[in-house]
Design a protein around this ligand. Structure first.
Ligand code: F6R
Ligand code: MG
Ligand code: MG
Length: 388
């Protein structure tokens, strides 16, 4: 084994159907996917794997030596989802096959529906990683925690006192509407970074690198199903991989931002804001108003390409108060019913009847300029989104 051999972690997820609504993956579908991965491990295609779920999303966590975007690994994940879908259909599960937008695999799973986060690196003598998996939200939900982990010294003490991190980190930010990316450096470009990532529906942190040596520190899935499919298909519930310790933020610095249940877009019908609730695997199911949005964190050691673990990091009393606060926020928001800001703005809603309602009412709208006292300028909706 060469010392420079790189290990790849691939986390690939899809909603291929669930039990009793969009609530929870059925164990038999996890078993079907596990069989496919076990066979691939036997053949030496992957080194190790862990299959789990968060809410209605089936999660494949794999290690191998084939690099990111490997057609062989993507095809393997595709086949695992296909087999799981067969079982979902046999069982009559809800929305069986939902996220598999294509009938055929064509070399890369990205753009076909499933979400993908992958990174490769030369393993350190001990390599701790955390895999985060969220349900009922979108990739930009990780913007705020990633900012705190890699750019906020009030969260991450190491940015100030660990010489290996003191130069800071670089953030690769994707504009998911226009398909462009930009790299911004912290701390020197913090305000520019925040100006973008504070709009998490559009600007998504895709990767984080350590500035000192450009080592990969974090990667997020960035697929937005509604943008891929052109219409609402399902929520693009995101996954993220973060490396911890020895020159990266400590495990506890990485988990700390999740003690604040910040508001994310998603929840019921992908059309509401709600608090992101950190939970252990046993609570990784979306019940109340199809939520609230949940996030699970699994810790692993990666050793000679093997996944050792996991440990279920949010299954801890230290997050009880966060969960209680999240429930209080959920109660408070729910009382707004169909009103913003609980309901998302019209541009972000996954379900809407607004065009039909406007169409039906078009002949009943009458001029009301005298009521306003001015002649309004008709503006396009994007121009309505804030002062220019
Ligand atoms: C959101 C989600 C659910 C569904 C809701 C309605 O990501 O998966 O909240 O949007 O349960 O689902 P349908 O339209 O399938 O009845
Ligand atoms: Mg779903
Ligand atoms: Mg989901």
């Amino acid at each position: 084994m060469s010392e420079q051999r790189k290990t790849t972690i691939s986390v690939i997820k899809a909603d291929i159907g669930s039990i009793a609504g969009h609530h929870k993956v059925h164990p038999d579908t996890m078993l079907a996917a596990s069989r496919v991965l076990a066979e691939a491990k036997r053949k030496g295609i992957i080194k190790s794997f862990y299959v789990t779920h968060v809410g209605d999303d089936l999660q494949l966590i794999m290690t191998h030596f084939k690099g990111v975007n490997s057609p062989e690994i993507h095809e393997l994940a595709w086949n695992a989802f296909k087999e799981a879908t067969k079982v979902a259909k046999e069982l009559g599960l809800y929305a069986a096959g939902q996220d598999l937008l294509s009938d055929a695999f064509s070399g890369n799973i990205r753009g076909l529906g499933p979400g993908v986060a992958e990174m490769e690196f030369v393993e350190r003598p001990a390599e701790p990683i955390i895999v985060f998996m969220a349900d009922k939200t979108e990739p930009g939900a990780f913007n705020l925690p990633l900012y705190k982990i890699f750019a906020d010294p009030f969260n991450t003490a190491g940015l100030v006192i660990d010489p290996r991190m003191h130069d800071g980190f670089a953030f690769e930010v994707l504009d998911v509407y226009e398909g462009r990316r930009v790299i911004l450096k912290a701390p020197e470009e913090l305000y520019d970074l925040l100006a973008l990532i504070g709009t998490p529906g559009r600007y998504v942190i895709k990767r984080v690198f350590r500035k000192k040596d450009n080592e990969i520190a974090a990667v997020v899935s960035s697929e937005r199903l509604n943008l891929i499919a052109g219409k609402y298909i399902g929520k693009d519930d995101p996954v993220m991989i973060v490396r911890a310790q020895s020159g990266f933020p400590a495990m506890g610095e990485i988990l700390e931002p999740f003690s604040f249940p910040h508001l994310v877009a998603g929840w019921m019908r992908g059309s509401h804001h709600g608090p992101l609730m950190p939970v252990g695997l046993k609570d990784a199911k979306c019940t109340r108003f199809d939520g609230p949005p949940r996030v699970v964190a699994l810790g692993f050691q990666v050793h000679n390409g093997e996944l050792v673990g996991p440990t279920d990091l949010f299954d801890d009393v230290a997050f009880d108060e966060t969960r209680r606060l999240a429930q209080q926020i959920a109660d408070y928001l729910r009382r707004h019913g169909p009103f913003m800001p609980h309901r998302l703005g019209p541009e972000e809603m996954e379900y809407t009847t607004l065009p039909q309602v406007l169409e039906r009412l078009k002949d009943r709208f009458e001029a009301a300029e005298e009521e306003l006292g001015y002649k309004p300028i008709i503006r396009k909706s994007e121009e309505l989104s804030g002062k220019q």
